[in-house]
Design a protein around this ligand. Structure first.
Ligand SMILES: Cc1cc2nc3c(=O)[nH]c(=O)nc-3n(C[C@H](O)[C@H](O)[C@H](O)COP(=O)(O)OP(=O)(O)OC[C@H]3O[C@@H](n4cnc5c(N)ncnc54)[C@H](O)[C@@H]3O)c2cc1C
Length: 395
């Protein structure tokens, strides 16, 4: 059984199929939910119990929102397109001979200025998930290496930055969050019950409310046909820059007096001795980030071409010790916002958006988490009481 849907505004068409498992879960006509998607009226069937909240995207903002709502007693379900949680706060495993290196190719470190986040970091330091890495970085310019006075702490996770995301899933104060991974949400629709999210495999989830935690261009693509002009305008105003990241496993790293390095150069803007975050014995690794302008200009080139170009410049700037055993380039199409929505979240009734692009401050992990918390607080007031006893709540 498949359905063809046409978006009446954009003309975009897409087809999804309801799989056998979903069809079997449709015992009676009473479980049917009718969605009106002009100009086509489509009947979709309930395949999951109604939740209070569906969160699309298990980045830090979505996880912070989900954790907050679940701890408050609401039934929350997260749908994440990737294999794991964390979004841009992520860690790749590189095979280096017989060893495996964990490399952070997205977010490198995080800061904690807000009181609530500071408290959380103290707990996570205590449980060994988080550790202070440095108090600042020198800068490499055409004039040479410029050192700087020590500033606030920069935190990392010894096991890799995605451990921070996992800490929201496995919270000490509540049962784990329910996250469906490899779940690419292809469409969302308002219904008389609230919102429905349709996965590309045809599975349908529904809830009283929907939180979209995705970079704004992806959030826009998902929700465009349901947006009021004001919400549409706010989403369209946000802009993202891309970033090419290069992970390199090396034979050895010489004695260097930096762990992270800001670089003033037209191609490279950042280098980190990623292995300096790990326990002794981890293979030496280096991470490089290209500038937004260079990344944009080389966006559609192959990872191999980009890796070779970035390596050449890294050897010129850092020295000939940058000799790769293994290297891997990763393209972040939506890396960091250049123009943000200047509020901690965006809302259209019970459709909420959160993420690092919702901030009047710098876009970073801190902003993402605080955006998730703020969106959850607002939604909690809108929802009032939970739909049913939350099975995930500790008795
Ligand atoms: C190269 C790079 C370096 C960075 N360095 C730092 C740093 O050093 N310090 C710092 O604080 N910040 C840094 N950042 C920024 C930081 O990573 C982000 O601010 C933060 O991780 C954003 O979290 P988020 O929850 O807003 O979004 P995301 O992490 O992007 O999460 C969105 C999630 O939604 C999922 N998703 C999207 N569409 C769908 C869909 N249709 N269906 C299902 N799931 C979907 C995505 O897979 C993703 O998991 C860096 C980012 C990059 C890319």
């Amino acid at each position: 059984m498949h359905y063809d849907i046409q978006n009446s505004k954009t003309g975009d068409k897409f087809r999804f199929t309801m799989n056998a498992k979903a069809r079997e879960a449709l015992p009676t006509a009473s479980s049917a939910v009718v969605f009106s998607v002009n100009p086509v009226q489509i009947e979709l069937m309930t395949v999951r119990a109604l939740m209070d909240v569906i969160v699309v995207g298990a980045g830090l903002a979505g996880l912070a929102a989900a954790r907050e709502l679940q701890n408050a007693g609401f039934g929350v379900l997260m749908l994440e397109k990737s294999r794991g949680v964390g979004g841009r706060c992520t860690t790749k495993r590189l095979g280096v001979g017989d060893l495996t290196a964990r490399v952070d190719h997205g977010a490198q470190f995080f800061t904690a200025r807000g009181e609530r986040l500071q408290k959380l970091i103290i707990q996570l330091e205590y449980s060994g998930v988080v550790q202070a890495w440095t108090r600042g970085f020198p800068k490499l310019t055409a004039r040479g290496l410029e050192t700087r006075a020590a500033g606030h702490a920069r935190y990392v996770c010894t096991e890799g930055m995605n451990a921070l995301a996992k800490a929201f899933v496995e919270d000490a104060e509540g049962l784990p969050l329910e996250v469906v991974t490899n779940a690419l949400v292809g469409a969302v629709f308002p219904s008389h019950l609230g919102w429905s999210a349709v996965l590309e495999n045809g599975e349908i989830y529904q809830a009283r409310s929907l939180i979209v935690n995705a970079p704004s261009p992806q959030a826009l693509a998902l929700t465009r046909s349901s947006l009021q002009p004001q919400t549409l305008q706010a989403l369209e105003a946000v802009q993202f820059n891309p970033c090419w990241a290069l992970m390199i496993a090396l034979e050895a790293i010489p004695e260097i007096d930096w762990q992270g390095l800001e670089i003033e150069h037209e191609m490279l803007e950042w280098a980190a001795l990623d292995s300096s975050k790990r326990t002794v014995g981890s293979p030496p690794t280096l991470v490089l980030h290209a500038t937004p302008a260079w990344s944009q200009a080389h966006l559609e080139q192959s990872p191999e071409t980009v890796a070779a170009l970035m390596l050449e410049v890294a050897q010129e700037l850092l020295g000939d010790w940058v000799k790769p055993i293994v290297m891997l380039a990763h393209r972040w199409r939506y890396a960091k916002p250049s123009i943000t929505h200047p509020e901690p979240f965006l809302a259209q009734d019970n459709l909420m958006f959160c993420g690092d692009w919702c901030t009047s401050n710098h876009s970073r992990i801190e902003a993402a988490i605080e955006s998730g918390w703020s969106a959850a607080k607002d939604l909690q007031q809108k929802l009032g009481t939970p739909l049913q006893a939350n099975p995930h709540l500790v008795p």
